[in-house]
Design a protein around this ligand. Structure first.
Ligand code: PLP
Length: 387
């Protein structure tokens, strides 16, 4: 099997599973019942994990709020900013955000909220220009790295401009954490969201970082957990696993693991470009994540290639999604100015911790062979139609 879909998710690392194990069985204490030794151990384990996660992203541990994942974090960030800052003013995001950001903003655009929503267009390189930011905003949300193309956005510069206008700045950094240095403080953000399962942690756990003093009100209230910022009994095992995964990600970053992965990605692209001359690598000339390759192969349907490769136990993903039986091109690729055909001909390859050097060759050979087969079949079908 070749697994090259790390932007979707990755395997849980053995060290993470080991750290979590006791908290799935014998260490079952409720951290809110801190008066018992069992409860106290659970609370201490959460606080240790909070520090580990904070250290990975350059935040203070008091700024970390554990959630059920990046989707919840983005939702809380956006709704909380809206609740705290009133209903006048617009909410902005880039046109290439993940649905975790687009959907809560769309919800706020509906009655009874009727907030003004501003989707910022991209320039021809797929980047955002500061001049497209509105002057009357409450919150701007721009992702650090795009999940489909890996393109990196100038979040630090945008955050500076946004905050100078007195507006809040949120960034969904889910795809960037653990792959490049992400520093909450240096990015100058008010709010930041990410998930554990993209860095070898468990699924269903994430973090929202809230800068101290930010005008933000948690919309998820209950028993006062997480300092009253996110109600609900904590997933202790999940949080412990997240903490350990964060610690390992920090070690990998300081050991230049990203350089190894970038080499695999670059070798893969070179091999493929040598065989398929009309190949387009999206974002090739702009800063992008070291692990991601978004490639357009004309004359094939990305989803067909993904299916064919899956049959050979090679896992990648397509630049499209199947909604109610209809194939839809990716909104990200369309926002970058690609035609529907080009978007439907795009696939995403994303490498990660367990990727091996030989994956570059194995993957490129399998893609070339399947593409030739698919193109031959398409020509055959065309000939039959024209007959
Ligand atoms: N944001 C980005 C950029 C993502 O890629 C993802 C998941 O792929 C999410 C948010 C949502 O993460 P989760 O499903 O862990 O909540």
């Amino acid at each position: 099997m070749i697994y090259a879909d790390y932007n979707a998710t990755g395997p849980m690392l053995p060290e993470v599973f080991q750290a979590m194990s006791p908290f799935l069985q014998e260490e079952f204490g409720n951290p809110s019942a801190g008066s018992s030794a069992l409860g106290k151990r659970a609370k201490d384990a959460i606080e240790h994990a909070r520090l580990q996660v904070a250290q990975l992203v350059g935040a203070d541990s008091s700024e970390i709020v554990f959630t059920s994942g990046a989707t919840e974090s983005c939702f809380l960030a956006i709704l909380g900013a809206y609740l705290a800052n009133g209903s006048t003013g617009s909410l902005s995001c880039s046109a290439v955000e993940h649905p975790a950001v687009l959907e809560p903003l769309s919800l706020l655009a509906l009655p009874p909220f009727c907030a003004r929503m501003n989707r910022i267009a991209l320039d021809p390189n797929g980047l955002i220009s500061e001049s497209s930011l509105p002057d009357d905003g409450i919150l701007t949300s721009i992702m650090l790295a795009n999940n489909e193309t890996g393109i990196l956005f100038p979040v630090r510069e945008i955050a500076k401009a946004v905050r100078q206008k007195g507006e809040l700045m949120h960034s969904d950094v889910t795809q960037a954490v653990g792959r490049i240095d992400v520093n909450f403080c240096e990015l100058g953000l008010d709010l930041m969201s990410f998930s554990a399962h993209k860095i070898g942690g468990p699924k269903g756990i994430g973090a929202l970082v809230v800068r101290r003093g930010t005008k933000w009100l948690s919309p998820l209230r209950g028993g006062g957990q997480e300092g009253g910022q996110r109600g609900g009994t904590e997933s202790v095992a999940g949080i412990v696993g997240f903490g350990r995964a964060a610690e390992l990600a920090r070690e990998r970053l300081s050991n230049y693991a990203a350089v190894r992965i970038e080499k695999i990605r670059d070798t893969f692209e070179e091999l493929l470009q040598g065989e398929l001359v009309d190949l387009v690598v999206h974002g090739e000339s702009v800063p992008r994540l070291p692990n991601t390759s978004s490639i357009q192969i004309d004359g094939i349907l990305g989803s067909s290639l993904v299916e064919k490769l899956a049959g050979k136990k090679i896992l990648i993903s397509a630049g499209s999604a199947c909604h109610t039986g209809k194939l839809e091109p990716s909104h990200v690729l369309l926002a970058m100015g690609l035609s529907t055909n080009s978007a439907l001909s795009t696939v995403r390859i994303s490498f990660g911790t367990l990727s091996k050097e030989e994956d570059a060759k194995g993957l490129s050979e399998a893609i070339v062979s399947e593409v030739r087969e698919l193109r031959k079949r398409a020509i055959g079908e065309l000939r039959t139609l024209l007959r």
